[in-house]
Design a protein around this ligand. Structure first.
Ligand code: AHG
Ligand code: MN
Ligand code: MN
Length: 336
């Protein structure tokens, strides 16, 4: 008996009732993101064949060298959002300021989008999984050009959040506050098809993900937790496995499926952590909470952090709830 295929588009329409206040605008916005993801996926799969490798020679607002695919992905998502008509402005890792996409089509748009168009840039030309992360809010300002007021909202105010992982297969995973659902791109029909309904993260796991190259400069509580993960203790399945890909989306996705914790603490190079609150930590924090996990900055809930700037960084501890709680205990002991 042929398995019923539910495409992303069908699923969004079926779940239309998720957003009582919206009359299809958010659905159309999610559809626009799905379209851009397919276009980026097509280029990602050609990386190495097409002249999109190598550094563009510029650096992004973070001072990191920008690969051509970052720029391409940024352009694709912004143009899809501009022509879709539901988004009035974009906050992107690749743009220092807010990108207002106010035009005849978008002039009454109700939503703003924060986006990391290409996550894991350092992995583009070594053929390792990379991703896109997005976060959607209702605008606060009544009309005209959106401003920082619209973007500096707590993560608890998100109306939708998701990521795309361009890996052995390409998946789009998102939440609108009613659980987490994963869709795998079927290249033969060019559609994202529901493959992982109602995703849940195991409350405990045996994988820890962290760049141990930064060990020397980590806070002592984090060092103690790493040592805890490495100790022999059969009753808790330790030592845990260390898995670190260097693409947040790929490390996050593996831990969501298998259980585990991803950590990017404060380091000497990144005293506030490296990952950005608006377009990396908040969307993934909502997704993990919707899947039964936790996301903390080491002290408290990521989603409760009040952003002060567009590219603000935060330490991040995210994954299985019991593992995040354990890491928080080690960190609070350090401070005692
Ligand atoms: P981006 O490519 O969007 O700048 O993100 C890279 C991030 C994240 O994907 C990953 O977890 C982290 O950088 C890796 O940082 P280190 O190389 O310092 O470990
Ligand atoms: Mn990133
Ligand atoms: Mn990026």
């Amino acid at each position: 008996m042929r398995q019923k295929v539910t495409t992303l588009g069908q699923f969004i329409i079926e779940r239309q009732s998720d957003f009582p206040f919206a009359k299809g605008e958010l659905s159309r916005l999610l559809r626009d993101i799905g379209i851009a993801a397919k276009l980026v996926n097509r280029e990602v799969n050609k990386a190495g064949l097409v002249d999109i490798l190598g550094e563009l020679g510029t650096t992004n607002v973070q001072g990191e060298s920008v690969k051509k695919l970052d720029v391409f992905a940024n352009d694709e998502f912004i143009s899809a959002l501009s022509s879709g008509g539901e988004c009035c402005a974009v906050g992107s890792e690749e743009n220092e300021e807010i990108v207002s996409i106010q035009n005849q089509v978008n002039k009454d748009a109700k939503y703003i989008v924060c986006i990391d168009p290409l996550d894991g840039s350092s992995n583009i030309d070594v053929n390792v999984s990379i991703g896109t992360i997005f976060s959607i809010y209702r605008r606060i300002t009544p009309s005209g050009h959106a401003d920082l007021t619209d973007f500096l909202q707590k993560g608890t105010e998100q109306v939708a959040a998701g990521y795309v992982i361009y890996g052995s297969s390409t998946m789009l995973v998102y939440t609108t506050g009613r659980g987490v659902n994963g869709f795998t791109l079927d290249p033969s029909i060019g559609e994202f098809c529901l493959s992982h309904p109602d995703m849940r993260i195991p409350e405990n796991g045996k994988i820890y993900s962290i760049n141990e190259g930064n060990y020397v400069h980590m806070p002592s509580g984090v060092k103690s937790y790493i040592k805890y993960c490495q100790e022999e203790d059969t009753t808790t399945g330790r030592p845990f496995s260390s898995r670190y890909i260097g693409s947040l989306v790929a490390d996050f996705h593996r831990n969501l499926l298998k259980g585990g914790i991803f950590m990017y603490p404060a380091t000497a190079k990144s005293p506030n952590g490296k990952l950005r609150l608006l377009y990396e930590c908040n969307p993934l924090a909502w997704i993990i909470e919707q899947a039964g996990g936790k996301a903390s900055d080491g002290q408290g809930r990521i989603l409760e952090l009040k952003p002060e700037s567009l590219h603000q960084r935060t330490p991040l501890f995210i994954g299985s709830s019991k593992m995040v709680e354990m890491a928080e205990q080690f960190i609070s002991k350090q401070e005692a």
